[in-house]
Design a protein around this ligand. Structure first.
Ligand code: MLT
Length: 323
C-alpha cells in the first residue's frame, strides 16, 4: 500500500510539474539559432523578428550565429537541442535544398523539426562590385557568359540561397563560374564591397541597403515581378533569361517533439511580431514580404516546407542545380 501511495504521489508530481512547465513557458531566455554569419539577411530578419517576439514573450530572444556547411551546421545544432522551446532555428530554402545536396546530414530533414510559422518571402538581387565592367543587366549577362570561370561569384555555402541562385544562373547561361564560398552573406557582401569578388546574388534584405548606399551595383531581381523598392531594376526574365524565377522564404522552427502548447505560444508570438508596425515597415523598406494571414500557421509552414523539399529534390535530381 505504501508503495502504491508513493507511486501515486510521484505521478502527481510529474503531472503537476508538466502543467507548471506549460503555464510558465517561457521562464528564461530563448536561443534563436541563425545558421549563417552575422550581418546577412537571415541574421537581419532574425534580429528584427526576435526583438519583437522578446516583447510579447516577456523573455529575451538571444541570437546565436552557428554558421557553416550552407546552413546545415546550425540546423544540426537545433535538431539535437532539447525540444523544450528554449532553442529555436530560423532557416530558409537551404534547409529544404540541403536534404538533397548533403548526403550525410546528421538529422532527417523531414522529421527533425517542428515548423512554427512562415516569416517572410522575397526575391534575390544580382549585384556586382562597384568597378565591374557592366552597367546594366544585359551587359552583366553578356560579360558573365563571356568570362565563365574568370568571373568570381560569392555565395554563403553549398545549398545557401546565394549558391542556388549561382547554380541557376550557370544553368541559364550555360557556363561555370569560379565560386567563392563564405559562412554567410555578411562576409560575402563585405568582400563584394571591397572588390575581392565580382558578383553576388542574394536576398533583397541586405542587397537593397547596399545598392541604395551605392557600395555595390544592382542589376536585376530574380522574382517574376519587379520589386517596388528597386523599381529601376528589371527582372531576370525581362533581361532575357526567360524561365528564371527564384523566390526565397524564411521559417521559424523548433526541434521535433516540442510540446504543442509551446508551439502554439511561439506561433502566437511570431504572429504578433509580424503584426508589429516596425517589423512591417522594415520588411517593406528592404523589399521582403509577409505571407498572407491564412498561411502563417505551423500547418501551412509544414506544407510549404514539404513542397520545397520535393521541388529541390527534383531540380537537384535532374542535375539542374549541381556544382
Ligand atoms: C543565403 O545565401 O542563403 C543567405 O543569404 C545567407 C545568409 O543569410 O547570410
Amino acid at each position: 500500500m505504501r508503495i502504491l501511495t508513493r507511486a501515486i504521489a510521484a505521478a502527481a508530481l510529474v503531472l503537476s510539474s508538466g502543467a507548471l512547465h506549460a503555464e510558465t513557458y517561457p521562464a528564461r531566455s530563448i536561443t534563436l539559432i541563425v545558421p549563417f554569419a552575422a550581418g546577412g539577411p537571415s541574421d537581419a530578419i532574425a534580429r528584427l523578428v526576435g526583438q519583437s517576439m522578446s516583447q510579447s514573450l516577456g523573455q529575451q530572444v538571444v541570437i546565436e550565429n552557428v554558421a557553416g556547411a550552407g546552413g546545415t551546421a546550425g540546423a544540426a545544432r537545433a535538431a539535437k537541442a532539447d525540444p523544450d522551446g528554449y532553442t529555436l532555428l530560423i532557416h530558409h530554402v537551404a534547409l529544404a535544398a540541403g536534404a538533397s545536396l548533403y548526403p550525410k546530414l546528421t538529422y532527417d530533414t523531414m522529421t527533425a523539426f517542428a515548423p512554427l510559422g512562415l516569416v517572410n518571402s522575397g526575391p534575390m538581387v544580382l549585384m556586382s562590385k562597384k568597378d565591374y565592367p557592366a552597367n546594366d543587366a544585359a551587359a552583366l549577362i553578356a560579360k558573365l557568359k563571356a568570362d565563365g570561370m574568370k568571373a568570381t561569384l560569392a555565395h554563403a555555402g553549398v545549398g545557401s540561397n546565394s549558391h542556388l541562385c549561382t547554380l541557376l544562373l550557370q544553368k541559364a547561361l550555360g557556363v561555370t563560374f569560379t565560386q567563392v564560398a563564405y559562412r554567410g552573406t555578411g562576409p560575402a557582401m563585405n568582400d563584394l564591397m571591397s572588390g575581392q569578388v565580382d558578383v553576388l546574388c542574394d536576398q533583397s534584405t541586405t542587397a537593397v541597403p547596399q545598392i541604395e548606399g551605392n557600395t555595390v551595383k544592382g542589376f536585376a531581381v530574380t522574382s517574376k515581378e519587379r520589386l517596388p523598392v528597386l523599381k529601376d531594376l528589371p527582372t531576370l526574365q525581362e533581361a532575357g533569361l526567360k524561365d528564371f524565377a527564384f523566390t526565397i522564404w524564411h521559417g521559424l522552427y523548433a526541434p521535433a517533439g516540442t510540446p504543442p502548447e509551446v508551439v502554439a505560444t511561439l506561433n502566437k508570438a511570431l504572429l504578433q511580431a509580424l503584426d508589429d508596425k516596425n517589423v512591417q515597415a522594415r520588411f517593406a523598406e528592404v523589399g521582403t514580404q509577409l505571407f498572407p494571414a491564412d498561411q502563417r500557421t505551423p500547418a501551412a509552414h509544414q506544407a510549404q516546407f514539404a513542397r520545397e523539399v520535393a521541388t529541390w529534390q527534383a531540380v537537384i535530381g535532374k542535375n539542374e542545380a549541381k556544382n
